[in-house]
Design a protein around this ligand. Structure first.
Ligand SMILES: CC(C)(COP(=O)(O)OP(=O)(O)OC[C@H]1O[C@@H](n2cnc3c(N)ncnc32)[C@H](O)[C@@H]1OP(=O)(O)O)[C@@H](O)C(=O)NCCC(=O)NCCSC(=O)/C=C/CCCCCCCCCCCCC(=O)O
Ligand SMILES: Cc1cc2nc3c(=O)[nH]c(=O)nc-3n(C[C@H](O)[C@H](O)[C@H](O)COP(=O)(O)OP(=O)(O)OC[C@H]3O[C@@H](n4cnc5c(N)ncnc54)[C@H](O)[C@@H]3O)c2cc1C
Length: 646
């Protein structure tokens, strides 16, 4: 064990184990997660570091691993869905799996959209992995749902749907598992009796069940990408492919071609809402991994000097703390927001299953906004962590380049982040309702008292000292008032309309304000949820250290967005000047607990897969060992010497 890291652990002011229990949701859950993590000792999961393999080898290794994962699930008797997720997350490590889409999109779509008869047919096939599925929605030319071109036309004479990609731009593009899957849920515009009824989901067989040869369908892999090398994102061109009427999910077409309207057309989009909710938790996980690597490494790395003494740990540099500790605070904040998002998703989707769709718009707005907010922040955070590790952060052995490459498409898939932030119609609608005197419930209720508490620029002399920057509840309150930026967005729309612009142009001309409003709303939610969580934590030592993190999270956010808070008169200039001073004090308070705070995330070394983030801190000897395994070192003299240099 590296002596620096031993010393760090001795300095901790709280019980790391107890904090792990809080993050997991209780000691029993921690115990079970640790038991599940033991599967990593199974030699059948031994594999070559993917960084030493070609794309094709990576894909093959990933398919082997996915197949092993399924066999082992049965062997280990893991059947609870939450435990399956935990098991898969542990085994998957920092990479995605080739069968991922089957689990996260294909199966959930079947579960939520099959009727009884369809469930009876498809669920046994899909859960036994005879049917391997993907989710084919995006097209080469479009992602916007109303713009999708693929058609499904009902033919009452044969009781079939005819699926067609009429143009190049209508070719399905991006669905994972182009080579792996034999079926797809295909999203297509439904036509019956000559009329278009919008997007609906259809189950389409793509490949022969025994030979895996493609049916008369053009299907394949779209080629190498920025990351996601394990995943065979695919293309799919359908040329008048016929499928039985029974393959339409939720069956909205009667045998005579009559269309039966669903309770809400938006139910077809349910799988996306599900994944967007999951991505909030994934952001927390990846932020936590990145901080673990960067903070442990910073504790064992010595460089330069502060005083004329031996080189200090780089974690002692104030600038290093300023890079990493706000991200550590973010990892904790997002962990609690992830828990909230999961609970909210299951609560509201439970109501939806019972026929109560009243909270569907809120679920859509919250999941879209938080998905965008947390993935954007995490994406830039990983890169800060990588940079903070200097040259060794650039080595793939650190895992940080892989974490970045695998995570960065979360800002794009399941709805491009700007587009998701622009799903603020709900915020503006809520604002207008509140303004009209309606009492809002839930997370939007803060808009109820906006009329009394206008957020607008005050002259400097008239600015009230509303906020005690050392008081978390005051900080939450000021974030809440800043979230009323939605008022500015709504006003911008109103002004545009007064200029006789169309409703659509008024929205587009206010889009920057709308994204800002959405961002401010999400930021408020995160600060509030983090603060609310503190009241549940009884252990005084843990409460203290998490309160320090929450204060840092809140103040750092204000410092980054100082213009909003000043312009709205929520903070005075002298208060704003106090914030960097307070932030520096908080960095000092966090410093002795930094390693313990990342230890509490409790990532086994095999899951982290990072030489820099090793629990024992023995970085240098392992960096050397890793480098020696590079394929270029397989021979002392590389064949290129004989071919070209000699
Ligand atoms: C929403 C759009 C942008 C627009 O929708 P559209 O209907 O076309 O048009 P509008 O008129 O604007 O909207 C109409 C109204 O409907 C409301 N609306 C829209 N969507 C929804 C919805 N989903 N639910 C409810 N309501 C909705 C909207 O607000 C309007 O309301 P109103 O009329 O104003 O009242 C739409 O075009 C859109 O959604 N675009 C984005 C497209 C998209 O998202 N595509 C995704 C394709 S699939 C994909 O990307 C797959 C990726 C693969 C990922 C694989 C890896 C996953 C990893 C998973 C993580 C695992 C976590 C594990 C964690 C661990 O390990 O621990
Ligand atoms: C790794 C990966 C895996 C994927 N897996 C799948 C899958 O399994 N199945 C599937 O169906 N799809 C999948 N996708 C596709 C993914 O869902 C889309 O790429 C995503 O929805 C974004 O759409 P787009 O690529 O068309 O971007 P575009 O919408 O073309 O975005 C390009 C730019 O235009 C801007 N823009 C677009 N519309 C607006 C607007 N209304 N207002 C303001 N700005 C706008 C965006 O902000 C962005 O800056 C995957 C994508 C990736 C990268």
């Amino acid at each position: 064990m590296n002596p620096d890291i031993v010393k760090e652990r001795q300095n901790a002011s709280f019980d790391v184990q107890k904090l792990t229990y809080i993050l997991d949701g209780g000691p029993e859950k921690t115990k079970r997660r640790r038991e599940i993590s033991l599967v990593l000792n199974d030699p059948d999961f031994d594999e070559e570091d993917p960084n030493f393999l070609s794309r094709s080898e990576r894909y093959e290794q990933a398919v082997r691993k996915s197949a092993q994962m399924i066999l082992k699930l049965r062997e280990y008797g893991i059947s609870d869905p939450a435990e399956i997720n935990c098991y898969k997350s542990v085994v998957r490590g920092n990479f995605h799996e080739s069968l991922g889409l089957h689990y996260v999109m294909f199966l959930p779509t079947l579960y939520s959209q099959c009727d009884q008869e369809q469930s009876k047919k498809w669920l046994p096939l899909a859960t036994s992995f005879e049917v391997l599925g993907t989710y084919a929605q995006t097209e080469l030319g479009h992602t916007h749902l109303r713009g999708l071109e693929t058609t499904a036309t009902f033919d009452p004479t044969t009781q079939e749907f005819v699926l067609n990609s009429p143009t190049v731009t209508s070719i399905k593009w991006w669905p994972g598992a182009g080579k792996t899957s034999n079926h797809a849920v295909v999203l297509a515009q439904l036509y019956t009796r000559g009329k278009c009824h919008g997007l609906h989901a259809f189950i389409v067989q793509l490949r022969h069940m025994d030979t895996h040869e493609p049916l008369p369908i053009l299907v394949g892999d779209i080629g190498p990408k920025f990351g996601f090398s394990e995943v065979d994102n695919g293309f799919l061109k359908l040329d008048h492919v016929r499928i039985p009427r029974e393959n339409m999910l939720m069956k909205h077409v009667e045998p005579d071609g009559r269309y039966v309207k669903p309770a809400s057309a938006k139910l077809t989009y349910g799988t996306m809402v599900f994944i967007r909710s999951l991505l909030v938790g994934l952001s927390a996980l990846v932020m936590a991994k990145s901080c673990t690597i960067a903070i442990r490494y910073s504790a064992v790395r010595h460089q330069s000097e502060i005083r004329s003494e031996p080189e200090p740990q780089i974690l002692d540099y104030q600038t290093q703390q300023y890079k990493l500790f706000p991200l550590l605070a973010t990892a904790y904040a997002f962990s609690f927001v992830g828990q909230y998002m999961t609970e909210t998703y299951y609560r509201i989707s439970g109501d939806i299953n019972q026929g109560d769709l009243s909270e569907l718009p809120e679920l859509h707005a919250v999941s879209a906004g938080l998905k965008a907010f947390t993935t954007w922040t995490t994406n830039t955070g990983i890169e800060v962590c990588r940079m903070s590790c200097g040259g060794h952060g650039y080595s793939r052995s650190s895992a940080l380049p892989d974490l970045y490459a695998e995570f960065t498409p979360t800002c794009t898939y399941e709805g491009e982040n700007t587009v998701m932030m622009l799903q603020t119609a709900y915020l503006v609608k809520s604002y207008r309702q509140a303004k009209a005197g309606e009492q809002l419930r839930g997370i939007m209720s803060y808009l109820n008292d906006m009329e009394q508490r206008h957020v607008r620029a005050h002259p400097a002399s008239a600015r009230p000292a509303l906020v005690d920057i050392n008081d978390l509840s005051d900080l939450v309150e000021s974030y809440k008032l800043r979230a009323a930026l939605v008022e500015s967005a709504a006003k911008s729309i109103q002004q545009e309309l007064q200029k006789r612009r169309s409703h659509e142009d008024a929205w587009n001309n206010s889009a920057i304000d709308l994204v800002k409003a959405s961002d401010a709303h999400c930021h408020y939610m995160v600060v509030k949820l983090f603060t609310d969580k503190l009241s549940e934590i009884g252990d005084p030592d843990i409460n203290l250290v998490l309160t320090t993190l929450a204060q840092l999270y809140a103040l750092h956010g204000i410092a980054l967005n100082s213009g909003d808070f000043l312009q709205a008169g929520l903070l005075t200039v002298p208060q704003m000047q106090q914030i960097p001073v307070r932030i520096k004090e908080l960095l000092c308070l966090i410093r002795p607990n930094a390693v313990a705070l990342v230890d509490a995330f409790d990532f086994p070394d095999k899951v982290l897969s990072s030489v820099l983030g090793r629990y024992d801190g023995n970085v240098y000897e392992n960096l050397f060992e890793w480098a020696r395994r590079s394929p270029l070192n397989a021979t002392e003299v590389h064949e290129s010497f004989h071919k070209y240099l000699k």
